[in-house]
Ligand binder design. Structure first.
Ligand code: GAR
Length: 224
């Protein structure tokens, strides 16, 4: 099943990406393998040359480059840009927004419209090392375990309720590149998983905590 043409009733996701798009690729691969049952309604980027857009086209997904420049002169330029994104997301009937290497701060315009319906992946074990260069910060700090986090997006950067985390060891002599690659492997594993849990309606946000139904000792699914 092509990732952009899922079955009726399948969760429609909109992926926002700014660069390489390897997490997008992992999502596409999981859909093609049948382990993630969702439809990629569109891939949107703020960068015209983002490899993520190429990947989308290659796999028959709708791709949209939305240029931020025309909004730059306005007093509320970030919000105006996000309003334009929101229009595109609505047009494509996106139910869940997936930030995959989207390197732009998302404003409350989008966050409120997609409250508890927008996910991000970050290459650290949050709340450690939010923001840019998380892998380098982890290495510089001397931690023994690094990793990645999928979380819902709230107004605080990298602060939203945590859905899944994966840890990797920091090895003797690690470089930022080597550690980043080890973390990325886990990102590609847990991001499709988190989306599938959402698609199965097994996630429930309670304050800072995300309950995952259907895991041992978590009780029945809210659907049952
Ligand atoms: C990933 O490592 C992702 O965790 C990180 O950017 C990379 C994107 O790679 N995101 C952030 O740092 C967001 N704060 P990709 O374009 O190959 O998916």
């Amino acid at each position: 099943m092509p990732p952009g043409e899922g079955q009726a009733g399948q969760l429609r996701i909109g992926v926002l990406a700014s660069g390489r798009g390897s997490n997008l690729q992992a999502i596409i691969d999981a859909i093609e393998a049948g382990t993630l049952r969702a439809t990629i309604a569109l891939v949107l980027s703020n960068k015209q040359d983002a490899q993520a857009l190429e990947r989308a086209r290659h796999h028959g997904c709708s791709d949209v480059f939305l240029d931020p420049k025309p909004y730059a002169g306005q007093p509320d330029s970030r919000e105006a840009y996000d309003r334009a994104i929101l229009d595109v997301l609505k047009k494509h009937e996106v139910e869940l927004v997936v930030l995959a290497g989207y390197m732009k701060i998302v404003t409350p315009v989008l966050i409120k419209a997609y409250e508890n319906r927008m996910m991000n992946i970050h290459p650290s074990l949050l709340p450690s090392f939010p923001g840019l260069e998380a892998q380098k910060k982890a290495l510089d700090w001397g931690v023994k375990l690094a990793g990645c986090t999928v979380h819902f997006v709230t107004e605080g950067v990298d602060e939203g309720p945590i859905i899944i985390q994966a840890a990797v060891p920091v090895l003797e002599g690690d470089t930022t590149e080597a550690l980043s690659a080890r973390i990325l492997e886990q990102e590609h594993r847990i991001y499709p998983q988190a989306i599938q849990l959402y698609a199965e309606r097994r996630l429930q946000v309670e304050g800072r905590r995300v309950r995952v139904f259907g895991l041992s000792a978590s009780g029945p699914s809210p659907r049952t």
